[in-house]
Design a protein around this ligand. Sequence first.
Ligand code: ZN
Length: 113
Amino acid sequence: MAGGNAIRGSRVGAGPMGEDERGETAPRRQVRYYCGRGHVSAPYFALDAEVPESWDCTRCGLPASQEQENPPPMPRVEPYKSHLAYVKERRSDEDGAAILEEALAALRQRRRL
Ligand SMILES: [Zn+2]
């Protein structure tokens, strides 16, 4: 079932928590999460389930928190990626150099034999 349906729940006699659906075996509660872009995600959790502090926004995938006034910071994708790319690049360069060195050494040895 899709979350974030705010239209539901206005039925007369609907309880505050999970009473609006008959035949419900496990009681559930709806938890709202707010992402940095102002989206609201409202997944359902079983009452005895542990509710995570953050949730990935169902609309944009950003991390969302239960505090509307204090959503998690938007991850700065650009610098993180370029830094990671830089580290990866350097590492693979070093690895590549080591592998090349090994290959050359093996080649030289084979020639000597
Ligand atoms: Zn969002």
